[in-house]
Design a binder for this molecule. Structure first.
Ligand code: FAD
Length: 532
């Protein structure tokens, strides 16, 4: 199989243009081409009036070795991307590994362990996904928060009610991302995620997929328990020997995957008290911004706005402010909604989601500012307190009802409070309170965002439009701690504890968390196989 990259074709090319381009690139006649599949399809929109599709294809050719000898540019052997299990559970193994959390990291750790025959026990503090959906909507519709079942906690983890963007910039030499996408498609994701350059799934489908993956794991011998918060871990002589659940039950095991996500603040505290080594790490805070999607489409795609092959346009922006802070767009959701994402009472947190169709009226993204441990005082968990402080402030500014404080961009830049909102209708529910956001974040963050918005407007015309809406606050961008692990994926001071995914500081996003889950499952499987 040969991989051909950089095949550039016009947006409206006929279907046969792709095979013609392959023949032309390889300088072969049609009978030489046995078949081909599209490995990746992206687009180049640098020239808005002449957007081109950019393909990578894997082609089967009659005499591949002869063609390879010709050293044709952008033609190479296609890599073998198939996944091979590294370990298999020995017969009669009595110990079962425990996975804490059913976010993408926990699901993939659990799935891989189950596929290798280790029959994991998977523990989740929240509820199964359908029940969880009701609780999540309880906050969005009625302002009623369930601290154990919400956007952050429950089956599927933090990314279940999301845009389901699946691109990631992680290095992936073993093609584990491919394994993740393959499993997602098996569970009901659209086939196109295998080849579009920026795949997304959307909330509605994610819910069904999460459920399907649970059935798959159970069929392979995994046991999945909901409303089973882990409240303690048992450690003897620096080795994990069990976990304790909220109902007092103890499960003995020497292998625990800790995939608890970035919002498991009580669990971080418990681990800290038990002496598990962790460090404070940088994260970001800011606001969500909303524009009409049509403004973003026009700016990014020009006359091609609305072309179904391109979909709703996205963006990625960075500004290095004069006070030394970096401001960047985070988790951009085209045609989506801003969601209430707190897991704690008396706090307001924003994030974004969309459906697969991405056809809501507004585009949204986090506009966030980098924070380092030097920005706050205290112990290793002081970053959590820093996040809490601004989340509580947002709750107060919003009127203490889980409404989010909001401000028109024109007013924010002019330094005056908003008394009403304009053309852009904010999508956040249970609602927003027009106010002054200048005290909703530290002064340096406000100054950096005030400088960044006009700079972003130079790249996307209309970005700093008066009626664009800022909603606060975006604090759960990544984990405030890293739970250090060694090359064997185990905690550097507690054997048998495998910190994993976003909460442990080893992933950022659905795909990277899932890939980390695979790597950790392999490490657990190999260790259990070797010690059996
Ligand atoms: P999580 O998904 O956070 O999962 C951790 C799980 O552990 C949770 O289910 C939690 O309930 C459980 N848990 C915690 N403590 C305990 C305990 N003590 N006992 C038992 N269970 C416990 N990323 C993208 O790549 N694309 C997107 O489009 C995207 N959109 C997002 C939209 C929203 C609204 C949110 C909140 C996040 C979004 N993200 C997105 C980020 C993405 O969801 C996370 O990066 C990812 O879910 C991290 O995976 P994880 O498995 O490490 O942790």
């Amino acid at each position: 199989m040969l991989r051909l990259t950089e095949i550039r074709l016009p947006l409206d090319h006929p279907a046969e243009a792709l095979s013609e381009a392959i023949l032309k690139r390889l300088n072969i006649a049609a009978p030489e081409l046995i078949g081909y599949t599209i490995f990746r399809r992206g687009y180049d929109a640098r020239k808005r009036n002449a957007i081109v599709l950019v393909y990578t294809v894997d082609a089967e050719i009659k005499n591949e070795s002869a063609l390879l000898k010709k050293n044709i540019s952008h033609v190479n052997p296609a890599p073998d991307m198939s996944y091979r299990f590294v370990a298999h559970a020995p017969q009669g193994l009595s110990e079962r590994p425990v996975v804490i959390g059913t976010g993408p990291c926990g699901i993939f750790a659990g799935l891989l362990l189950a596929q290798m025959g280790f029959r994991p026990i998977i523990l989740e503090r929240g509820k199964e996904v359908r029940e969880r959906t009701k609780d999540t909507w309880g906050l969005w519709r009625k302002g009623k928060l369930n601290p154990e079942s919400n956007v952050q906690f429950g089956e599927g983890g933090a990314g279940t009610f999301s845009d389901g963007k699946l691109h990631s910039q992680i290095k992936d030499p073993k093609f584990y991302g491919r394994k993740v996408l393959t499993e997602f498609v098996k569970a009901g994701a659209p086939e196109e995620i295998m080849y579009v350059s920026k795949p997304h799934i959307g909330t509605f489908r994610l819910v069904g997929m999460v459920e399907e993956m649970r059935y798959n794991m159970e069929a392979l011998g995994a046991e999945i328990r909901f409303q089973s918060r882990v409240t303690d871990i048992e450690i003897t002589d620096g080795q994990v020997c069990g976990v304790v659940l909220v109902n007092g039950e103890r499960i003995a095991t020497k292998h625990v995957v800790l995939a608890v996500g970035h919002s498991a603040r009580d669990t971080f505290e418990m681990l800290h008290e038990r002496g598990v080594y962790m460090e404070a790490k940088p994260f970001s805070i800011g606001f969500r911004i909303e524009h009409p999607q049509a403004v973003i489409d026009r700016a990014r795609l020009g006359p091609n706005a609305g072309n179904p092959l391109l979909g709703a346009a996205d963006y990625k922006l960075v500004h290095h402010a004069s006070n030394g802070r970096s401001v960047y767009s985070f988790c951009m959701c085209p045609g989506g909604t801003v969601v209430a994402a707190t897991s704690e009472e008396g706090r307001v947190v924003t994030n974004g989601m969309s459906q697969y169709s991405r056809n809501e009226r507004n585009a949204n993204s986090g506009i966030v500012v980098g924070i380092t441990p030097a920005d706050y005082e205290g112990d290793v968990l002081a970053g959590v307190e820093f996040q809490r402080k601004w989340e509580a402030r947002a709750f107060e500014l919003g009127g203490k009802s889980y409404a989010a404080p909001a401000q028109r961009v024109g007013d924010f830049l002019a330094g005056r409070p908003s008394s009403h909102l304009g053309e852009v209708v904010p999508s956040y529910t249970p609602g927003v309170t027009p106010t002054d956001l200048s005290t909703a974040l530290p002064d340096y963050a406000i100054a950096a965002i005030r400088e960044a918005l006009p700079a972003f407007d130079k790249q996307i015309k209309g970005f700093a439009m008066d009626d664009a809406v800022l909603t606060g606050v975006e604090t759960r961008t990544s984990s405030p701690v890293r739970i250090r692990r060694g090359d064997d994926f185990q905690s550097i001071n507690i054997k048998g504890l495998y910190p994993a995914g976003e909460g442990a500081g080893y992933a950022g996003g659905i795909l990277s968390a899932a890939v980390d889950g695979i790597e950790v499952a392999e490490a657990v499987g190999l260790d259990m196989q070797q010690k059996a």
